[in-house]
Design a protein around this ligand. Structure first.
Ligand code: NDP
Length: 327
């Protein structure tokens, strides 16, 4: 680690570079907070792994996910945000300024921190799943369901997300196979009731995917195993969706900040404030419900505005303390 004299001091540090991180950077730069953004392992975030994005306002003809993230990046750079390749490996929020360490052992002292590290969709872990990501395999029905209009699709999982996405898919596709590894759903009773009453959703109980089948370019089906009997069967589908949960990227914040039981950062409702004044959280790292690029961008904007207000308050408080001492 570098000696203390070499620590860098910044007003605003943004960790993460999805729609939340970049939007926070745009607002923070325009508010003259001179934000420094650590882009993380996947600059641009989850959207760089998708193809067409049709639901982000402002792109009437749709946009490729990676292109959209480049647009956001360029917009942040235009206002002077300092974007850096690199990963934050350690944080210390116990005293101010907050201390963070980068993967090249640089130490940064920050007056405010905006956490926008996102979440990572969980996949089953099949090699064939990875091969067809973006070519029939997706972890977001709201983002990609549209491309399978009139076709047959499968969705794995039995929680609220899988149920919600199965319902969404049922409205535009011909048939939805819901692949559930047990003989019951984890989803709420209300969602279970809805799923079970939609004629074009067929639940395949006690099944798990064994392999995603394809022609080398796109998905053509799924090989399933009945976990009770060991029997296998193939279903023909053009789309394979996974909805078995997301894991928030909060490993480095454990013990430093309040997380909920699933590891998401707790924020004060209606704000991006965490339990540590001066540390804010935006995007999927604090939102397990909506998880959309536009909602992430919205909370990124909120975090930058709140960081600016926090800094103004801290400054005016310390100025009045100095004035009182001088009296
Ligand atoms: P959950 O953890 O609730 O459900 C995950 C589902 O995926 C379970 O059915 C689980 O099976 C299954 N699963 C997990 N791992 C595997 C695997 N390796 N192979 C096959 N199946 C697997 O995640 P969700 O994303 O659905 O929900 C997360 C949280 O968000 C929940 O609290 C949920 O209630 C909430 N939520 C709320 C919504 C709303 O209020 N509108 C909408 C969406 C989510 P098993 O049951 O056997 O463990």
């Amino acid at each position: 680690m570098k000696p203390e004299s070499e620590y860098e001091r910044v007003e605003n540090l943004i960790i993460g570079s999805g729609p939340a991180g970049y939007t926070a950077a745009i607002y923070a730069a325009r508010a003259d907070l001179k934000p420094v953004v650590y882009q993380g392992m996947q600059p641009g975030g989850q959207l760089t792994g998708t193809t067409e994005v049709d639901n982000f306002p402002g792109y009437p003809n749709g946009v490729q996910g990676p292109d959209m993230m480049l647009d956001l990046q360029h917009q942040a750079e235009r206002f002077g945000a300092n974007l850096r390749w690199g990963v934050i490996t350690e944080v210390d929020f116990s005293k101010r300024p907050f201390k963070v360490v980068t993967d090249d052992d640089k130490v940064i002292l920050a007056d405010t921190v905006i956490i926008a590290t996102g979440a990572t969709a969980k996949y089953i872990g099949l090699e064939s799943e990875v091969r067809y990501i973006g070519h029939g395999v997706s972890a977001c029905a709201t983002c990609d369901g549209f491309f399978y209009r009139g076709q047959d699709v499968a969705i794995v999982g039995g929680g609220d997300t899988a149920a919600e996405e199965a319902i969404y898919l049922s409205k535009m596709t011909r048939k939805v196979y819901m692949i559930v590894r047990r003989d019951e759903l984890r989803a709420s009773k209300a969602m279970q009731h809805r799923v079970m009453n939609i004629p074009n959703i067929e639940i395949l109980w006690n099944h798990k995917p064994q392999e995603i089948l394809g022609d080398g370019k796109v998905v053509t089906g799924v090989l399933l195993e009945n976990v009770k009997t060991g029997e296998t069967r193939e279903i023909e589908v053009q789309g394979y969706f996974v909805a078995i949960g997301h894991a928030p990227n909060t490993q480095i914040f454990k013990g430093q900040i309040d997380l909920n039981e699933n590891g998401y950062i707790n924020t004060i409702p209606g704000t991006t404030q965490t339990n540590i004044p001066g540390v804010f959280a935006a995007g999927d790292v604090q939102d397990h419900v909506f998880r959309q690029a536009i909602t992430a961008a919205g909370t990124g904007c909120m975090a930058a505005i709140e960081a600016e207000r926090y800094l103004s308050e801290v400054r005016s408080t310390s100025e009045s303390q100095v004035m009182n001492m001088a009296k």
